[in-house]
Ligand binder design. Sequence first.
Ligand code: TMP
Ligand code: ASP
Length: 253
Amino acid sequence: MSALKPAELLHEGKAKKVFRTNCPGVVAVQYKDDATAFNAQKKAQLAGKGLLNWEISARLFEALEADGIASHYLGCLAPGWMAVKEVAIVPVEVVLRNRAAGSLCRQLPITPGTVLEPALLDLYYKDDELGDPLLTEARLKLLGLLTPQDRSELERLARAVNAALQKRLEVIDIELVDFKLEFGRSSGGELLLADEISPDTCRLWNTSSAEADGEERILDKDRFRKDLGGVVEAYGEVLKRVQGMGPAPRQYQ
Ligand code: TMP
Ligand code: ASP
């Protein structure tokens, strides 16, 4: 553990807890084993998931940083724990889809697996009680959630993350089907990538899977959503490949 000490709990989400620390402007995030789907209608405890998502996220935040994309991530504290900059989370979830899957195929007549070129970018209002509704241009304006400048910055960053992650994951035989990002504003007013990047928040397909269309290629939370089993094993496979990208994530000093 570094000299940074977690203090009181500031916020508990579905997959992480956020703690104040002895360092102003820095908070400690602990990744939990809880798994939820369909707005927490489905819940389980998956032993080891927290540790897997912690290390996958830390490594992917570092990879993105090396690719010029800043985030709230500062470094690791102990297994399952990371130090991040304190940000005010923007209540907008940015979802990028390179292929059709999940809610897109439930809501629109699109065949699952259809390649979306350019990637489809949608914004959702982050509110569990409302079920994270899709935001239209007009609704975004109505709520006054983002200035036009913030919105284009957010979309620019999300597309940059997509390009960087696709490239990084392709090398380790993983296809980035879709993902959700969250952003926060730092005390200095900068929009920073926040939350996590893990098989909980990305759809990841194994491109070295023998069965090109089969469920065995699924390496993400769809294994839990669809009761396919082997959830932790799939996340473990993602971590093993992501570990191949470079050295262990840095300790926060
Ligand atoms: P969806 O197909 O259910 O809309 O999900 C799109 C992507 O966003 C998928 O990679 C899972 C991720 N996601 C989250 O991380 N959190 C959420 O609450 C939802 C609904 C999706
Ligand atoms: N994360 C959301 C939930 O907890 C939805 C999902 O990922 O399917 O319910």
